[in-house]
Design a protein around this ligand. Structure first.
Ligand SMILES: Cc1cc2nc3c(=O)[nH]c(=O)nc-3n(C[C@H](O)[C@H](O)[C@H](O)COP(=O)(O)OP(=O)(O)OC[C@H]3O[C@@H](n4cnc5c(N)ncnc54)[C@H](O)[C@@H]3O)c2cc1C
Length: 404
């Protein structure tokens, strides 16, 4: 299914680097892949999150860019869900479902990286040392957003952007503002599209905000809401923000691990095919012991890599955002409850502020320090995993090589 699109896409991207793969995005939308891993209560198809990893590994083994076109949407969705703002989760997820029904894809992106801050924005301990410039100034009725975000995967293709900004640039770690910004909002424009070395079909976009007004109703999380959490959980604002970042990272790095596993598997399968068809010194290459050793090493890397993302998913099931969805009564409830009935009461219920308070109470206050600590350890595991698979990030460029 992927191969014919991949070849066609490569040719088009080669001829015109500014080409955006709308045809394929529309097909992916029609296949239902943008709602597949959204919980049923938000009008998604309710597949469990770990299953996405096997799916993207399969696609990535043929073409990483196409796996990204699907997987990165869930990076945006997970950022939204990690704020536990039930009203906005409900609002945006229902738009995604509507987009599927009307054949107009509604994708979500995450915009956190800035021209002067990459690694820094993923750790509250590093944030204050980073060169942070994306400013969200509180104004009557909302926030005024100024700044630039870079390397935003699927940026040009997305309808909603989860923008991480800061209301105080001197102390950003204590003043994070998560905003849902829709394409077309006055003051928001797309900048350049990176000339990437690979995965070209998935654009890495620049997002530019100039006095962009974002109304209060699209504020997912801000210092005011965090102050309520501080009172309830006795954690500091930066600990609460780190919890949110951990929820995003832990849920999505498993997917990134699956991309990397797919890439490594693709390399192994290509090598296997090559050695099966090539004759060296009078006998098939596959019968040479040194070639067999190299193949075994490659396969070992693939298997270990898969184990790591499976472990990460296991940790998410125990301590992370899938925890409640995977509890047996909850699982069977969503599985067996007809969507029509769920839809009768879910939207109005989810729009009530009490639901956000309840979600944050269970998911954020309810997470113990020990669980948070374990979560941190898992994030370390995934970055080790990225190295294992040969994916290195360096100055914003992902270099990928087949494992030796
Ligand atoms: C293909 C691609 C897609 C992306 N998609 C998105 C997206 O959808 N949304 C988004 O917001 N961002 C996205 N990014 C950005 C990505 O998250 C950043 O590239 C990443 O966080 C690293 O930041 P950086 O590139 O600024 O590297 P840097 O932070 O400059 O890091 C460069 C190197 O220095 C090391 N380093 C950094 N800080 C320290 C330190 N304190 N101590 C020791 N070593 C350190 C790093 O480990 C790394 O090896 C994407 C990037 C790529 C390449």
């Amino acid at each position: 299914m992927v191969r014919p699109h991949a070849l066609n896409l490569d040719r088009r991207m080669h001829e015109n680097p500014d080409y955006l793969p709308w045809d394929l995005v529309e097909k992916i939308n029609d296949w239902g892949l943008y709602t597949m891993w959204i919980p049923k209560i938000f009008r998604g198809q309710g597949y469990n999150m770990p299953s996405m990893c096997y799916f993207v590994e399969e696609i990535a083994s043929v073409r990483l860019a196409i796996a990204n076109l699907i997987g990165v949407h869930y990076l945006g969705v997970r950022t939204l869900t990690s704020t536990w703002n039930m009203r906005l989760i409900n609002h945006i997820c229902r738009e995604i479902q509507l987009g599927e029904k009307n054949h107009t894809p509604c994708l979500v992106s995450l915009a956190i990286t800035e021209p002067g801050a990459g690694t820094d924005v993923e750790e509250t301990d590093l944030l204050d040392k980073g060169n942070i410039t994306c400013h969200a100034e509180k104004v009557p009725g909302g926030y005024k957003l100024n700044g630039t975000k870079i390397f935003i995967s699927n940026g040009h293709l997305s309808t909603w952007h989860m923008v991480i900004a800061y209301s105080d640039l001197e102390k950003p770690a204590d003043k994070i503002v998560v905003l849902a910004v829709k394409t077309g909002t006055p003051g928001f424009a797309f900048g350049r599209k990176e000339r990437k070395m690979g995965q070209k079909a998935c654009p890495a976009s620049e997002l530019i905000f100039k006095d962009c007004f974002v109304a209060d109703e699209f504020v997912c999380l801000d210092p005011e809401q965090v102050a309520e959490q501080v009172a309830a959980s006795r954690r500091s604002p930066r600990e609460i923000y780190m919890q949110m970042i951990d929820y995003v990272v832990s849920a999505t790095r498993a997917g990134v691990g699956a991309f990397a596993t797919g890439a490594a598997r693709g390399a192994f399968e290509t090598a296997l095919e090559f050695v099966s068809q090539t004759v060296v010194a009078g006998k098939p290459l596959i019968n040479h012991e040194w070639a067999q050793c190299m193949l075994a090493e490659m396969y070992k890397n693939v298997a270990m890599s898969r184990l790591t993302y499976v472990e990460t998913n296991y940790a998410n099931g125990l301590y992370g955002s899938f925890r409640d969805l995977q509890k047996k009564p909850m699982y069977y409830y969503y599985r067996l409850m007809p969507l029509k009935w769920l839809d009768k009461f879910a939207p109005s219920l989810l729009n009530k502020p009490v639901m956000t308070r309840l979600a944050r109470k269970t998911q954020m206050d309810g997470q113990t320090d020990d669980e948070i600590h374990r979560f941190h350890r898992r994030a370390g595991g995934v970055s080790r995993h990225r190295r294992l698979c040969g994916i290195q990030t360096c100055g914003g460029r992902a270099f990928q090589h087949a494992p030796a």
